[in-house]
Structure formats: structure tokens, C-alpha cells
Design a protein around this ligand. Structure first.
Ligand SMILES: NC(=O)c1ccc[n+]([C@@H]2O[C@H](COP(=O)([O-])OP(=O)(O)OC[C@H]3O[C@@H](n4cnc5c(N)ncnc54)[C@H](OP(=O)(O)O)[C@@H]3O)[C@@H](O)[C@H]2O)c1
Length: 254
């Protein structure tokens, strides 16, 4: 029996089809806009780390293990060769500018004294990102008394970060979990480890929450960026707590 083949599309129909495919591909490849969509859980998001020292490298590693492409950055990216080689094809190293251009989400993991400098140089690029996770803490012996005084005058680390990075969709998170503990605490059996988070932008909080769950912790929103002052080591929220403990401690803070 003769097989009837579909007739080939006309040139115009083929062009229309190709145009539609290109438009669809362009839509699919469009980066998350600054309006901060959360995207479906499990969808890989390009993550940049500004700072790949102890905490930045440990956190970036968790994101690679969760299936996200990560660009770790340094002023000397060649020094990150061994780190990225050990993490496989999802990990790469670049300069700070390259990482910011790459990332849909940025982890800011630098000494706090560097935050205003990053804001001056990259503020507008960071404001266009869906989410900046601010892991940095002002610590006087390391950052100096002047910066700690300036942070206090702004109302604490969260509001100071917002001042330094105007327009950025900031969520403070992971501030008081030590770099050496992250890998063992992630995906803890039984009660998960809670991560207190603070932010003013609901979409950024939702995206941060999704990512924190994916790397094996339970996010607990404790309030807006004004609560960011409590997300530093040696405060009641510092250290390892269950989500319920975080909720109870946060209820006592203002
Ligand atoms: N360590 C922890 O357990 C821990 C836990 C929670 C939060 N934190 C906070 O995370 C931040 C980083 O701490 P860390 O212990 O990871 O420090 P670290 O090991 O000293 O690493 C600091 C990183 O900051 C980068 N950096 C320094 N100056 C810079 C600049 N001017 N421009 C761009 N990058 C710069 C360094 O990159 P280069 O390669 O370019 O020098 C380095 O990767 C701090 O604010 C800390 O309080 C740390």
C-alpha cells in the first residue's frame, strides 16, 4: 500500500515555523528579569559568587551539588582553578565582573568593608539581578571600627547593604553558619537546619527560599532588611537552630 507523506511546507510556512521556533527559543533563553521571578523548583539558575574564600566557596559548592551552574569569582580567578576543577562542569571561575555578568542570582560573600566598593563599581548590574544573597557581616577586628559605625548608623547590616547596593533585590541569608559546617548540615536527617532570612522584596524572598531548600536547609523569614542586624554571628539567631527555634527567637527580637 502506498504510504502518503505529508506535503512539504511552503517556503512561507517554513519561515513562519522557523520564526516561531526562534521566538520560542529566545523566550526560553531569556534571563530572569530584575522583577525577580522564582522559576519552578529544580530549574537550574546561574549563580555567581562575589568572593570565593571560605564561605563563598563552601556555599557555591552546595549550589553546584544542587545542579546549578556557578561562577566563582576572585580578583585572581586563576587561584580558583583547583576548586572548580574538583567540582566538575557546572563550576567555573572568573573575575568579579565576569561572574556578575554570568549570574542570575549573586551571592555576596566578602568582608563587609568591601560591600560599599562593590556597590560603587557594580551597583547598577546588581540591581538588575533577580536576587542578591548578602552573606557578608560587619566584623570590627577585620573590617575596622569605621565601617561598623557606619553600618550601625544605617540601622544594621541589612539596611546598610541596601544603601550600598541601591535597587538590588537583597536577602540576607547564611550569615551565621560557619563555612566548615555547611556541607555536613545540608540535608540533615530529621529536623532540618533553619536559615533565618531577611528581606524587603517578596519575590526575592521567595526565590531565596526556593534556593535554600534546594541546597538542603529550611528558610525562615524573620522580617525585612531592618532585621538583618540580627543575622550576624554572636547574636541570638547566630549558629545552628531548627526552624521552630528560629521562629521563637525571632519573636523576641525587634
Ligand atoms: N567564614 C565563615 O564561616 C562565614 C560564615 C558566614 C558568613 N561569613 C561572611 O562571609 C564573608 C566572607 O568571609 P570568608 O570567611 O569567606 O572570608 P575569606 O575567606 O577571607 O574570603 C573573602 C573573599 O572576599 C574576596 N574579596 C576581598 N576583597 C575583595 C574586593 N575588594 N573585591 C572583590 N572580592 C574581594 C576575596 O577574593 P580575592 O580572591 O579577590 O581576594 C575572597 O574570596 C564575610 O563577610 C564573613 O563575615 C563567613
Amino acid at each position: 500500500m502506498p504510504i502518503s507523506l505529508p506535503s512539504p511546507p511552503t517556503r512561507r510556512a517554513a519561515l513562519r515555523l522557523a520564526g516561531g521556533t526562534i521566538a520560542f527559543a529566545a523566550l526560553a533563553m531569556r534571563p530572569l528579569a530584575g522583577s525577580a521571578q522564582t522559576g519552578p523548583a529544580g530549574q537550574p539558575l546561574k549563580i555567581a559568587t562575589i568572593g570565593a574564600g571560605r564561605e563563598g566557596s563552601a556555599l557555591g559548592t552546595l549550589f553546584v551539588k544542587a545542579g546549578h551552574p556557578v561562577m566563582f569569582s576572585s580578583r585572581h580567578p586563576e587561584q580558583l582553578k583547583d576548586l572548580v576543577a574538583g567540582l566538575g562542569p557546572l563550576a567555573q571561575a572568573g573575575t568579579v565582573a565576569e561572574a556578575i555578568a554570568f549570574g542570575e542570582v549573586v551571592l555576596l560573600v566578602v568582608p563587609y568593608s568591601v560591600v560599599p566598593e562593590i556597590g560603587k563599581e557594580y551597583g547598577s548590574a546588581l540591581a538588575a539581578k533577580a536576587l542578591v544573597i548578602d552573606v557578608s557581616n560587619p566584623i570590627a577586628p577585620r573590617d575596622g571600627e569605621d565601617i561598623v559605625k557606619w553600618v550601625d548608623e544605617q540601622g544594621g547590616a541589612g539596611l546598610a547593604s541596601a544603601k550600598a547596593l541601591p535597587g538590588a533585590h537583597i536577602v540576607r541569608a547564611f550569615n551565621a553558619i560557619g563555612s566548615t559546617q555547611l556541607a555536613t548540615l545540608a540535608h540533615r536527617q530529621g529536623d532540618p537546619v533553619g536559615i533565618p532570612i531577611a528581606g524587603d522584596d517578596q519575590n526575592a524572598l521567595a526565590l531565596a527560599s526556593r534556593l535554600i531548600k534546594e541546597v538542603g536547609f529550611e528558610p525562615v523569614t524573620v522580617g525585612g532588611l531592618a532585621m538583618g542586624k540580627y543575622l550576624v554571628p554572636r547574636t541570638p539567631l547566630g549558629g545552628v537552630h531548627t526552624p521552630e527555634e528560629i521562629r521563637q527567637i525571632a519573636a523576641t527580637l525587634k
